[in-house]
Design a protein around this ligand. Structure first.
Ligand code: HEC
Length: 189
């Protein structure tokens, strides 16, 4: 009986392993040793330890639908905590000019907020170019969601709360996983 339970637990661990990727460094190491796995070598980011869902109840209907596509497709290799807690904020040239006047702190530390023209466009394309990526024709819809959602959660009334949240993730990650922190951000940052 004990053996049976152990086998079931092991199988559950294998099946659910990808959901825990990043949360548990031991599991993460195991995934890295299996080069055939889609989830292998996805790294380990402070983002991975933040929430893996967004409350989209206040978003327009179109964005609520896009959230579902994003949440399904972008969870194939790492959890969606990674994009959800990312520093990326895509703005247009005019939005950047305006933000520099309205909220100069937005540009103080690009580990908290990386406000850039085309940043999500670049990263969605980067993810789509990875072998086995299931995003396909949904790339544009996901990209539009990420642009909208990042502005909603990282600027304006939520700007300060976002930076505090992200600073906490960085602080905890640096303390618990100093080597991984250096891998992501470089030494001395
Ligand atoms: C085929 C596997 C795969 C899929 C699917 C995937 N990713 Fe990734 N993702 C990776 C890997 C591997 C990394 C590690 C860094 C790199 O290679 O860019 C990563 C890293 C990231 C990062 C962190 C980048 C950084 O430097 O801070 C973000 C954000 C991200 N992914 C967002 C997404 C989004 C959004 C989607 C859905 C459009 C997605 N990922 C789908 C494999 C994937």
């Amino acid at each position: 009986m004990k053996r049976y339970i152990a086998a079931v637990a092991l199988l559950a661990g294998i099946l659910c392993g990808r959901h825990a990727l990043g949360a548990d460094p031991a599991k993460h190491d195991a995934a890295e040793q299996n080069p055939k796995s889609l989830t292998a070598n996805t790294g380990f980011y402070p983002n991975d330890n933040g929430p893996a869902e967004i409350d989209v109840s206040g978003y327009p209907k179109e964005m609520r639908l896009s959230y579902k596509v994003f949440a399904f497709k972008c969870a194939a290799c790492h959890t969606i905590a990674r994009p959800i807690n990312s520093q990326f904020l895509e703005l247009t040239e005019d939005e950047i000019k305006k933000a520099k006047v309205d909220d100069p702190d937005l540009f103080k530390d690009d580990k908290l907020v990386k406000a850039e023209i085309g940043v999500w466009n670049r990263y969605v394309k980067r993810m789509m170019s990875k072998p086995g990526c299931p995003v396909g024709k949904d790339g544009k819809q996901i990209f539009e969601f990420l642009v909208f959602d990042s502005k909603a959660r990282k600027t304006g009334a939520n700007a300060k709360a976002w930076r505090e949240h992200r600073a906490r993730l960085l602080h905890d990650f640096k303390e618990k996983y100093p080597a991984a922190y250096e891998t992501v951000f470089g030494i001395g940052k």
